[in-house]
Design a protein around this ligand. Structure first.
Ligand code: PLP
Length: 428
């Protein structure tokens, strides 16, 4: 038995499925998950000391690379002063000011401890603000695991083929209307029928939980238009895209202003953090300023705020996102070239520091249906071949990949060289 297999069987004895979040178990690709011991820069190291070039980055947060010295120093300094007080701290205000400075659509912001909490709270706020119950989401988009949002969801819910989980009451699911991502006509049609009953639309402005699907031109514009017309709240779930696809998130890239934005991942710099914010008139109805209740024992935790603030200060440096985007494009174009040379049907998507790899005969993958038609068996073999070569990709065909500022030219070239071998091996 390998050490990972031993650790996994020990874990399975005491943790459901051996993991604390489903996709980590490798169920989407088969085999035994790698157990991580430590990480530095672009690399993670497993329990046996093997190094991997990491394109998961803790599912997005590690945009600076792992264990960045400035972030670690900020965390150590904060921890020395105590881990949690359950009372206001100055750093929470500095963090709020920083996000408000960077995201023009955000006038007030509330910190929470995960992306799930952020989206769940934003939905409650939208319902409280509009006095309406129905919400609209898109198939394959994942917004965390709260009941209302676990309907036709992406990420692990897709990997496991359980788009609607047992335990979600029908009465709750009935109020969630699911449409097709990038289908503007369906959105306009639905709002034409029952727009006055819809509290909000929640959308991943670049979908990252059914692999990586950017919005087609006009899609986000349509969402903005119908929400304005019918008095519904437009929520951009930027838990993944926030400070990942650009300094102003996807809302900056596509130049659309949502009413509410949810954040997570990068704003925590690797610590458990989420946030939701938006226009003053909506955010002001949140407790204690207003009647919509929301709270958290560890919300705005000082150690987490220190990690997040240190991260945001670094991604704010001039040229950061230009360099990150160039690295991501270098990776995807290099992979495309070697796949073409090998004669493998393959295509990619990339926005900022986020990318998608597809084993598809199509030139472009732009919809949930396209993703579902990709060759998942090929992906699984490619994943394991790359893992053996020392490249850690997301262990599922339905997840986006992430490049960090720590990935060097050499790391990217080495990844492409290894992929060339793995693509060839797929034909055997
Ligand atoms: N929203 C999006 C777009 C996400 O990608 C995720 C997690 O991957 C979430 C929400 C949930 O965040 P968390 O896992 O921190 O609860």
């Amino acid at each position: 038995m390998t050490e990972a297999a031993t650790l996994f069987s020990e874990a399975k004895r005491v943790i459901p499925g051996g993991v604390n979040s489903p996709v980590r178990s490798f169920s989407g690709v088969g085999g035994t998950p790698v157990f991580i011991d430590r990480a530095q820069g672009a690399y993670i190291y497993d329990s046996e000391g093997k190094a991997y070039i990491d394109y998961v980055g803790s599912w997005g947060p590690m945009i600076l690379g792992h264990a960045h010295p400035a972030v670690i120093a900020a965390v150590k300094a904060a921890a020395e002063k105590g881990l949690s007080f359950g009372a206001p701290t100055e750093i929470e205000t500095r963090m709020a000011e920083k996000v408000i400075e960077l995201l023009p659509s955000v006038e007030l912001i509330r910190m929470v401890s995960s992306g799930t909490e952020a989206t769940m709270s934003a939905i409650r706020l939208a319902r409280g603000y509009t006095g309406r119950d129905k919400i609209v989401k898109f198939e394959g988009c994942y917004h965390g695991h709260s009941d209302s949002l676990l309907v036709k969801a992406g990420s692990g819910a897709l990997t496991f083929g359980v788009p609607s989980s047992p335990g979600v009451p029908n009465a709750v699911a009935e109020n969630t209307i699911t449409l097709t991502y990038n289908d503007s006509e369906a959105v306009a049609e639905l709002f034409g029928q029952i727009g006055e009953q819809i509290a909000c639309i929640i959308v991943e402005p670049v979908a990252g939980n059914m692999n990586c699907i950017p919005p087609v031109p006009g899609f986000l514009e349509t969402l903005r238009k119908v929400c304005d017309q019918y008095g519904s709240v437009l929520i951009f779930d930027e838990v993944m895209t926030g400070f990942r696809v650009g300094l102003q998130g996807a809302q900056g890239v596509y130049n659309i202003k949502p009413d509410l934005t949810t954040l997570g991942k990068v704003i925590g710099g690797g610590m458990p953090v989420g946030a939701f914010g938006g226009s003053r008139k909506i955010m002001e109805i949140l407790a204690p300023a207003g009647p919509v209740y929301q709270a958290g024992t560890l919300s705005g935790n000082p150690v987490a705020m220190a990690a997040g603030l240190a991260t945001l200060e670094l991604v704010q440096q001039p040229g950061f996102f230009e360099a990150l985007g160039a690295k991501t494009r270098r990776l995807t174009s290099g992979l495309q070239a070697v796949a073409d040379q090998a004669g493998i049907g393959f295509t990619t998507n990339a926005v900022g520091g986020m990318f998608g790899l597809f084993f598809s005969a199509k030139d472009k993958v732009t919809s949930f249906a396209d993703v579902m038609q990709c060759d998942q068996e090929r992906f699984k073999r490619f994943f394991h071949a790359m893992l053996a070569e020392g490249v850690y990709l997301a262990p599922s065909a339905f997840e986006a990949g992430f490049v960090s500022a720590a990935h060097s030219e050499q790391d990217l070239n080495s990844t492409i060289e290894k992929a060339a071998l793995c693509f060839k091996a797929l034909l055997k």
